[in-house]
Ligand binder design. Structure first.
Ligand SMILES: *Cc1c(COP(=O)(O)O)cnc(C)c1O
Length: 394
């Protein structure tokens, strides 16, 4: 069956119509290289600088503090490897958390092989780090704190301003992977004392393969991509103007509409969460009940496999995601769900539904309608559930 309902907006989002319209002229009409001097190239240059301003405004940053990259993963790599390289004489210690995206965790593993020391902070059962733990983990050799703004699986939002304050007081750079947060929750890099921030186009209704990194003026960082003089020598390569234009427009729209979108999605999210918990027994919310992304619903269902749940939802036309790292083809339970203390079997029975710009209340109602039956069907095939029911009776 074709996908009728797309509830996987944390994985990626469709490009909005308004965004696509802005992008189209830059493929065939205004194709000039932004580094050239003739008229058609100046069109590209103007568009590039407008997009830089749009992204800067979305973060409360200055345009000259925004550098375009090929996505969230590249921005994360640049922040970590770039700061590690630039500050290696000062120290070799980096603090991060156990629930970061793999673009952070695998980069940290790489840096650990190169001699850097990494502290991975624990999170509590709601997915929050402890500020006390953070303070205690700081050493004289600490050069960077990298804590994500909001988690892509369970939606938990970290106390970013408080982390920024601690970093600043200790003279340590603070990077945040804000790929899930930009355009979804209010951000101001100055008020929050953020030194570096990663964002990505395709998580906010912009195109894939484009992102940006905010680097506060004065931050020392080594480039990841060497070559031409683009992006003030910090990121070489001819700029992907259509995608940059799309990212700028998407960021502008998302931030302009943020209050309304957040209100709408929070309502839909809570209807989904409460509806599921009312209709389905042994279903528990994963992540923080209130400090969470407006569109994120992540529920653990006991006695079933998330993978089977996904297949049945797919055959009912619903696209969703589960608690195992299925994208990588592995059946390991998610490191995020393990970090909030779920045992393997509960991590495997988790379902992530993430709502976005185009979702409606009718779609939420449809899912609330079909999900109880699907869960019941799967549980009835589960020997564990049978055993559990027997025990209940005796
Ligand atoms: C999607 C995502 C990334 C990676 O961004 P890409 O643009 O896909 O490379 C990094 N961090 C988080 C939290 C994400 O959700």
């Amino acid at each position: 069956m074709e996908t009728k309902i797309y509830f996987d907006n944390a994985a990626t989002t469709p490009v909005r119509q308004e965004v696509l319209q802005e992008m189209l002229p830059y493929f065939q009409d205004f194709y000039g290289n932004a580094s050239s001097v003739y008229t058609i190239a100046r069109k590209s240059k103007t568009a590039l600088e407008l997009a830089r301003k749009q992204v800067a405004d979305a973060l409360g940053a200055l345009p000259e503090e925004i550098y375009f990259t090929a996505g969230g993963s590249e921005s994360d790599n640049m922040a970590l490897k770039g700061v590690a390289d630039a500050l290696q004489k000062k120290g070799n210690h980096i603090i991060t958390s156990k629930i970061e995206h793999h673009a952070i965790l695998h980069t940290c593993e790489y840096l650990a092989e190169k001699g850097f020391e990494i502290t991975y902070l624990d999170v509590d059962q709601d997915g929050k780090i402890s500020l006390d733990d953070l303070k205690k983990s700081i050493r004289p050799t600490t050069i960077l704190i990298s804590i994500m703004f909001a988690n892509n699986e369970i939606g938990t939002i970290q106390p970013i301003a408080e982390i920024g304050k601690i970093a600043k007081e200790n003279g340590i750079y603070f990077h945040t992977d804000a790929v899930q947060a930009v355009g979804h929750v209010p951000i101001n890099v100055k008020d929050m004392n953020i030194d570096l921030l990663s964002l990505s186009g395709h998580k906010l209704c912009g195109p894939k393969g484009i992102g940006a990194i905010y680097i506060r003026k004065g931050v020392q960082i080594t480039p990841l991509i060497h070559g031409g003089a683009q992006e003030k020598h910090r990121r070489a390569g001819t700029e992907n103007i259509p995608a940059i234009v799309g990212l700028g427009k998407a960021a502008e729209l998302a931030v302009a509409e943020l209050p309304q979108t957040a209100e709408k999605l929070t309502k839909l999210r809570d209807k989904l969460i409460h509806g599921i918990q009312e209709k389905i027994p042994y279903a528990k919310l994963n992540g923080h009940p209130t400090d969470r992304l407006p569109g994120n619903c992540n529920i653990g269902f006991e006695f079933i496999e998330g993978e089977s749940l996904l297949l049945l939802l797919d055959s009912a036309g619903v696209a969703a995601s589960s608690g195992s790292a299925c994208t990588s083809g592995s059946l390991d339970p998610s490191h995020v769900l393990m970090a909030i203390g779920l045992p393997h079997e509960k991590a495997h029975g988790s379902l992530r539904l993430t709502l976005g710009h185009y979702n409606t209340e009718e779609e939420v109602d449809y899912v609330l309608n079909i999900l109880p039956e699907i869960v019941e069907r799967l549980r009835n095939m589960s020997p564990l559930y049978e055993e559990f029911l027997k025990k209940q009776k005796s």
